[in-house]
Design a protein around this ligand. Structure first.
Ligand code: DGL
Length: 267
């Protein structure tokens, strides 16, 4: 057993949808969360910049003595996972491969859509991972960059979000996809409007579920799950203080945690 916390990072609030899944599937684990709110979005930046930021994010989490890192950011997973895994000794889990697997498991007609940041779509990581799955016949990818600022601003139950979703998603509806992978951890915060536009026949996939299943399996087989009578203590850090973080934290994980500000450029 290993009492140390699990590190989780994202460019901002999106990774809270992954933290939520850890709380659901592994309620005994402690979480150290870092949201890079000073440098969000990652999804419009180059691979080099995303990799530099991701390495700093992991270095920061290591100062908190984490036993593993969940890259709760598809952009960082798609562009920088091998660089992170090569640079550090501890287990580092990405979200793209599990998201693609979950999409493949869900499809009946073999037509799978994936929506993500521009940088994730440009990397081709999801398209390649989905095409490796025998159930998947056709892949349709669409960058939806405006979803991230909408989620960061808390405009998820809003007509602006509905209009944006309609404009981005029409093309995927026309293709007849029966499964849509939400390939950005911010997007499950907009699940209602994405679901309304795609309609009830399209299954929405949040890669967090499959990702955390794998994290649990891996920690369990390494005998590294936390087993303590004491309830876990979670800690949240951001690189720029925003009132929205706490608001979205309450919405995403049903509890308010105060986030401490840190200077990420130092790491
Ligand atoms: N939430 C992140 C992702 O899953 C990044 C969004 C962004 O910063 O652009 O891709």
């Amino acid at each position: 057993m290993d009492e140390r916390p699990i590190g989780v990072f994202d460019s901002g609030v999106g990774g809270l949808t992954v933290a939520r899944e850890i709380l659901r599937q592994m309620p005994e684990e402690a979480i150290v969360y870092f949201g890079d709110t000073a440098r969000v979005p990652y999804g419009s930046k180059s691979r080099e910049t995303v990799t530099r930021f991701s390495l700093q994010d992991v270095r920061f989490l290591l100062t908190k003595n984490v036993k593993a890192v969940v890259v709760a950011c598809n952009t960082a997973s798609a562009n920088s996972l091998p660089a992170m895994q090569a640079a550090f000794q501890l287990p580092i889990f990405g979200v793209v491969e599990p998201g693609a697997k979950a999409g493949a498991k869900a499809t009946k007609n073999g037509k799978v859509g994936v929506i993500a940041t521009s940088s994730t779509i440009q990397s081709g990581a999801y398209q390649q991972a989905l095409r490796r799955e025998p159930e998947v016949k056709e892949v349709y990818a669409k960058a939806c960059p405006l979803f991230v600022p909408l989620a960061e601003e808390g405009w998820t139950e809003d007509e602006v979000a509905d209009l944006t979703a309609r404009r981005y998603l029409r093309e995927l509806q026309d293709r007849g996809v029966d499964t849509l992978v939400m390939g950005c951890t911010h997007y499950p915060l907009l699940r209602r409007c994405i679901g309304e536009v795609m309609g009830p026949k399209v299954t929405l996939i949040d890669p967090a579920r499959e990702t955390i299943l794998r994290v649990k399996e891996a920690l369990s087989s390494a005998n590294a799950l936390r087993q303590s009578d004491q309830p876990p203590q979670h800690h949240f850090y951001v690189s720029d203080r925003t009132a929205m973080f706490e608001t979205i934290c309450r919405k995403a994980i049903g509890q308010v945690y105060e986030a401490e500000e840190i200077a990420i450029e130092q790491y």
